[in-house]
Ligand binder design. Structure first.
Ligand code: MN
Ligand code: MN
Length: 295
């Protein structure tokens, strides 16, 4: 398949998987079950998860993927973000949705979905990323909610989820421009008006990415073997320890790679004042006079 066909296929599968998610999510459901089901659905369509399925609750805006043995379940009155990616030969469709059984969550969900629509409308080759951010910010303001100003969308390249340009959720003054033929994820995040509109890092990390992709004489043989396995399995894309759980006694060696800084660990991103956060996300392919929404 050509690159564009791979990307379109990834998008088609992402849409099908996204449509199946709302009925998986409800009070009492285990987070681990949802994440594994989402990833399994992607594989049933003949594709690969581009990163571990994120299921982020309430003030957790992003970057929680249930680790092995996570027994937590969804509570009542929550704002749940499910964020996942589909890879076809490294061509990635990245999408997310918010599911909620609360009145405040409904407002946030409507606001981010409308902001995403407004952002997609201004996307075309040559547009400044700051103008996309302005469209997000202005729409969120109409709903009386606040953008998360330190979370952004991002360019996507083959086997590179967060590549190059960032797409802000506010009018940032960033002069970078969208380029024809490039792929971007646009992802408005919003919190309530009394929130800080900012996330901070909170441990634990549940998502990892290999930064050193070759053997090194500084590493033990065990560490070098694990580096090779991670590189072969994930090709530089993010992963979960769930995806290494077939390997015996892997945790200690993995932790050594994290400590050495060879594996990057992604902590949770949590709203600074603890207010709930909603998210919507699409992947778009930029054209001369507009864009194609892949997801
Ligand atoms: Mn995403
Ligand atoms: Mn994204």
């Amino acid at each position: 398949m050509e690159g564009l066909d791979c990307l379109l296929k990834a998008g088609e599968v992402a849409r099908a998987v996204r449509a199946a998610i709302p009925e998986m999510v409800g009070p009492g459901t285990s987070l681990l079950t949802i994440a594994e089901r989402v990833e399994e659905l992607i594989r049933e369509h003949g594709c690969t998860p581009a990163f571990p399925c994120n299921i982020s609750l309430d003030a957790v805006a992003a970057h929680y993927s249930p680790p092995p043995g996570d027994f937590s379940t969804l509570p009542r009155n929550s704002v749940v973000k499910v964020d996942f990616g589909v890879s076809v030969d490294g061509y990635i469709a990245d999408t997310a949705l918010t599911i909620t059984d609360t009145a405040w969550g409904e407002v946030l969900k409507k606001a981010v979905e409308e902001a995403l629509r407004a952002a997609v409308k201004v996307v075309e080759a040559g547009v400044k990323v700051s103008e996309v951010g302005a469209a997000v910010q202005n729409t969120l303001m109409k709903f009386g909610v606040k953008p998360i100003r330190n979370l952004t969308g991002h360019e996507i390249r083959r086997f590179n989820l967060h590549a190059g340009v960032s797409i802000p959720n506010v009018s940032s003054g960033n002069g970078a421009r969208l380029e024809e033929g490039h792929v971007y994820a646009i992802e408005p995040f919003a919190t309530l008006a009394d929130g800080a509109g900012e996330v901070r890092d909170v441990q634990p990390a549940t998502i990892y990415r290999l930064e050193l992709r070759k053997p090194s004489s500084k590493l033990s043989e065990q560490e070098n073997v694990l580096v090779k396995i991670i590189d072969d399995r994930f090709n530089g894309l993010p992963y979960s320890l769930r995806w290494l759980s077939d390997l015996p006694e892997v945790l200690e060696t993995h932790q050594k790679l994290v400590r050495r800084g060879l594996v990057k660990a992604y902590p949770m991103l949590v709203e600074r004042t603890g207010r709930p956060v909603a998210q919507a996300e699409h992947t778009v392919l930029v054209e001369k006079n507009g864009c194609v929404v892949i997801t």
